[in-house]
Ligand binder design. Structure first.
Ligand SMILES: Nc1ncnc2c1ncn2[C@@H]1O[C@H](COP(=O)(O)OP(=O)(O)OP(=O)(O)O)[C@@H](O)[C@H]1O
Ligand SMILES: [Mg+2]
Length: 239
């Protein structure tokens, strides 16, 4: 449902992506890992059509929902209800009220407590939840998540994992940028590693750990632990 074929991107004479290819099937959850500046956000911008590639081609079957890396880029409405309802109203969907309630419950946001509030005055994690709900309501075929886990509490992380599982089972595909291998290992079918503008690796979580060690690429925080003890971690993978 997604085919990125030999895509390159240049900005100000600098090659940011160089011959990147990846394919995803319907309902797949794919992780995208890579150090700061490796071109992850650029790749999502290209897939979403926010930027145009300087070479190669991108084909997507269906609609895309895009959670930007920075929460403020996602929000604009006066209250949470209008923010979340926007895409559904645009698509002239029926029963907007029920749909808003549904997606708010998916991301564990209390309807009565939040629907009237300004999205700009919410906490970071709450803004993230509102933005995710505003994407889910549009029923896209492919969801691009740029670091959806950044800054989330453990509880909110668990909610996010639950939401991603719930929607991927409905056939929605996810391409998820994150630095957190623990998070990615719980939800992804496969992981791609971007290094220096190229896909240096594509495969399962366990081999990904191997390669990170070999490349001396260290994703942050508790990921160190699983890089060193992948066998222990495998136990928790499907918890
Ligand atoms: N419009 C632009 N003009 C010039 N350089 C740019 C532009 N946009 C991005 N870059 C550069 O492209 C490279 C890749 O940036 P990108 O934001 O895609 O990285 P990233 O992998 O998402 O990083 P992070 O993990 O920090 O979010 C960086 O070196 C960045 O400085
Ligand atoms: Mg980025």
């Amino acid at each position: 449902m997604l085919k990125v074929d030999g895509v390159s991107f240049e900005a100000n004479g600098k090659k940011i992506l160089n011959n990147v290819s990846l394919e995803m099937r319907k309902g797949e959850v794919r992780g995208l890992l890579g150090p700061n500046g490796s071109g992850k956000t650029t790749l999502l911008d290209l897939i979403a059509g926010v930027k145009k590639p300087s070479g190669g081609s991108i084909t997507v079957e269906g609609e895309i929902g895009y959670l930007f890396q920075f929460p403020e880029r996602n929000i604009f409405a006066e209250n949470v209800f209008d923010e979340i309802a926007f895409w559904a109203r645009n698509k002239k969907m029926s029963q907007i009220n029920d749909r808003v309630r549904n997606v708010m419950s998916s991301v564990r946001l209390d309807f009565n407590g939040f629907y009237k509030r300004s999205p700009f005055l919410l906490s970071y994690g709450e803004k993230r939840k509102v933005s995710i709900a505003s994407i889910l309501i549009g029923e896209p075929d492919l969801i691009l998540f740029d670091e959806p886990d950044a800054g989330l509490s453990k509880k909110s992380m668990e909610d996010l994992i639950y939401t991603i599982r719930e929607y991927s089972e409905k056939g929605i595909s996810f391409l998820i940028v994150s630095h957190n291998l623990v998070f990615l290992s719980k939800i992804t079918d496969k992981i791609d590693i971007l290094l220096n503008g190229r896909v240096e690796f594509e495969g399962q979580f366990e081999e990904c750990c191997e390669l990170c060690r070999k490349l001396h690429y260290k994703p942050p925080f508790e990921c160190e632990l699983i890089l060193n003890f992948p066998e222990i971690f495998t136990k928790f993978k499907n918890s």
